[in-house]
Each structure stands twice: as C-alpha cells, then as structure tokens.
Ligand binder design. Structure first.
Ligand code: ZN
Length: 454
C-alpha cells in the first residue's frame, strides 16, 4: 500500500528553483507520502514573494482547512532554516571512494593506467556495496539526493542505494569488445532488474566508458542495448586533449563526430566533461540536445582543462554538475562544484559576468534533473514532485547580512550547513544524523577493504 504519511515543514524560508524562481520567507511545505503537496506561504504569514499562482489568501485558507482536519502530521520546525531541492550529482563513480587520496598529482591517462585500473581488477562485488554506502553517506550529508553513476558491480551499488533511500541513475561501465563483454552485459541485465523496483528510485543508463575504451562497432552495440532497455546513454566525452588527438589519429574524426557517426547521438545522451571541443562538435552536441555534465574539480585536479560552460549556457543547452569519483576530486560535494563552476568561468574568461550564482544553483538542481531526464520528478520544490528536500542551517555567520540567498549559498555555503535531508519524503538525515546508514559499520568495512587492497 502506498505510504501516505504526512509531514509539514513550518516557518521555513524556501528556495523552490521552479520556473518562476519563487522564494518564500517563513513559508510552509506539506508532504504526503513521497510527494510534495504544497509549497508556499504559511497561514497567517505576512510575507510572500511568489510572483504568480492562486492568491495567497486562498492558498492560506486551503492550508488552514487542511490543518483543521486534526491529522497526525509530523511537523518540523524550520525556523532558521532554508529549504531547497536536493542536489543532483550528475556524474560520479561512487565506489571510487576507496581511492580517495590514493593517486594524486597524475594526469588522467597515468592515473587510470598506472594506479586505478590495476587495482580495480581486485575489487569484489561486496566491496562495492560498502564503498557505495560510504559515498552515499557523504553525499546525503552534503545535500545530494540523486546521483548518476558509472562503474563496476552496479547491482551492489543499487543494493546500497535501495538500503539508504537515495535516488540514483546507474550504468554498468562498458568497454570493449573483449573477453569480459558478455559478463558485463549480464550485469546490465541484473541492473535492469533493480530498475523495476516499485519504489522507482533506481533508474538505469547504458554507460560506454569513452571512445578510447570502446571500439566504434562496440559503441553501436551500446546503442542497441540502450534501445533494448529503453534508456539513455552516459559517457565520458572529450575530457582531455589526448583523448581527442588519439581519436583523430585513429579514426580521422573527433570523439563527438565518432559518436554522431555510429548513431549514438540519436539517443538521449548525458556526456561528462566536454572540455575539448571544436565548433562543429559544439553544433553537433547542441543539435542533438546532448546534456553536458561539468566536473570542474576533476578537470582541475587531473589538469584536463577548462570546459566552455558559458558557451553551452549561451546556447541554452542543459548543463549539470558532477563530482566525478572521489579519487579525482577528492570529495562528493556539489557545494564545491557550484562555487568552482562559477569562479572558474569568471577567472578563465576574464569576464566577471560569466556563470552567475543563479546559474550555478540551477546546474546543481533543476538542470541536474534535466540531465538525468528526471525533471518531472525532481530538481525543484513544487506540488506533485518528489519530496527530495534539504534544509540548510541558514543561521550562520557566513550567511549574514541577509542578501540574495542564492549568492550566499553558492559563494559562502558549505556541505556542513546541511542540517536535514529528505528523499521521497523519507528523512535520511535529521539534525546531521544519518538515519538509514550505520556509519561506524561502514567505516569498519571500508577500512577492511582498504587494508586488503591498498
Ligand atoms: Zn568520470
């Protein structure tokens, strides 16, 4: 039976990230089961800044009538808090939490070939469960409610996601063809089983790793897989100069043109990085509505370069934010990515108007939802959407004096300000305490894995 438990967050400032960019002071959010029922002024509230919608008196009257029913609603006092949509981490490799701090000061190719790939061969399925839970704990603590992942043992990541209550879009990382291709495809089939979970929090993508690990014919196979399962594609694209130069040398075309020519761009594609592009590449990505995931920390740390984010935004393309794995970041905080995205765009272009805070916040929320094709469910606080909400402790020195809350959040905010997190209406962190993850147990298991492998 569908959970209809009711919750109400009262006296809370709200940043909805809806199309009108509605904000409320001393507002109220009502939740029924997994769904937001109402976002707006609180009955008797003197102040609202909502630009449209029904008159606030009518809304307030509806609220009062509802309240009079004498319900058993769980009430949260939101005084001093700011509610905003849970963040979307649109490109991650969550089990790579194992390699956090393990391989610094290397370029992408050295990092992968010398340090990461040899160790990944020793990973066991059960390891991925605990490493995923570690990453999930870190993300929930930082207000991330949905993430998109590409890696090994994704059914174990799906199990961790299911257990901790997060929302995720998961893709078994694919490369080849080689002797392991069939096994990987069986893992895709297993992962598809998780997508049928009736709670609907787990989605699947087909995730060819990159053009340098997938032969052109195999990319066509990936296209067929995506068509078979009726899902989109998640891929690394044009991350480094070397990737582009090798592709041009081997196939006589850029990675974007290669994806186009094998027909992959006909499907919904979410492409991570997109750092090194020609004008023709940009036109192709734009024309095929490819969603870009910008990963500024990873691009800086691996010295991959500066993605032309402002150009994507000028074209009206969907641009989300991703942390990439913890081995190349080294954390899973979208707060840092928001701030860096804006600062790097300004510093690199010499234009102080580049990528303002509002855009960065959109990339972390509604644009992230669009990149994962989940914008009907998440990404903003609106009636009918899933109750994926973070409450920020807004009574901190770095949030005063009270100016534009978005500017404060993007440039002054920090993961540690996230006080309470709800996903699908379920409280997964309350007053900074995780409710679905036994952190001490996760730490013990992760230390055991690290001791064995590193
Ligand atoms: Zn990546």
């Amino acid at each position: 039976m569908k959970d209809q438990t009711k919750k109400r967050i009262e006296h809370v400032d709200i940043l909805t990230m809806d199309q009108q960019n509605s904000c409320y002071q001393d507002g109220e959010i009502r939740i029924s089961g997994d769904t937001i029922e109402y976002v707006g002024p609180r009955p008797g509230s003197p102040e609202t800044r909502r630009p449209d919608g029904p008159a606030k008196e009518q809304q307030a009257a509806d609220t009062a009538a509802d309240r009079a029913e004498g319900d058993d609603t769980e009430v949260l006092d939101g005084r001093g808090m700011l509610a905003l949509p849970g963040f979307v981490n649109a490109h991650c490799h969550v089990s790579m939490t194992l390699f956090r701090g393990y391989a610094d000061n290397l370029s992408l190719w050295e990092w992968l070939s010398k340090r990461i790939w040899p160790l990944e061969d020793q990973l066991q399925p059960d390891d991925a469960y605990w490493l995923s839970l570690l990453g999930a704990a870190e993300m929930i603590s930082a207000g991330v409610t949905t993430f998109s992942d590409m890696y090994l043992f994704m059914s174990e990541t799906a199990r961790a996601v299911s257990d901790c209550g997060m929302r995720a879009v998961l893709g078994r990382g694919l490369s080849g063809p080689d002797q392991d291709t069939e096994r990987r495809h069986r893992e895709v089939e297993d992962l598809y089983g998780w997508q049928k979970d009736p709670r609907g929090r787990i989605h699947m993508t087909i995730a060819p790793h990159a053009v340098y690990t997938c032969a052109p014919d195999y990319l066509k196979t990936c296209r067929q897989l995506a068509e078979k399962y009726q899902v989109g594609i998640h891929i690394h694209l044009c991350e480094t100069e070397k990737e582009v130069a090798d592709c041009v040398r081997e196939y006589g075309k850029t990675p974007v043109k290669l994806l186009h020519d094998v027909g992959l761009l006909e499907l919904p594609v979410t492409a991570a990085h997109c750092v090194h592009l020609t004008h023709e590449d940009m036109d192709l990505l734009d024309a095929h509505q490819v969603k870009v995931v910008h990963c500024p920390s990873s691009n800086m740390k691996l010295a991959s370069g500066f993605a032309p984010v402002d150009d994507f935004l000028d074209r009206g393309m969907t641009v989300a934010l991703g942390t990439d794995g913890a081995a190349s970041n080294n954390n899973l905080s979208i707060w840092k990515e928001m701030s860096l995205a804006s600062l790097i765009a300004k510093g690199h272009s010499g234009d102080a108007k580049a990528l303002p805070a509002q855009k960065a916040m959109e990339m972390a929320t509604i644009q992230g939802a669009k990149a994962l094709m989940l914008e009907k469910e998440i990404g903003s606080l609106e009636p009918g959407k899933k109750a994926d909400i973070q409450l920020i402790d807004f009574k901190k020195p770095h949030y005063f004096p009270r100016e534009d809350p978005v500017v404060h959040l993007v440039y002054s905010g920090d993961s540690a300000d996230v006080n309470t997190v709800m996903i699908d209406g379920q409280m997964v962190m309350k007053d900074r305490n995780l409710t679905t993850i036994d952190l001490d147990k996760v730490y013990r298991e992760v230390e055991r894995i690290a001791h064995r492998m590193l």
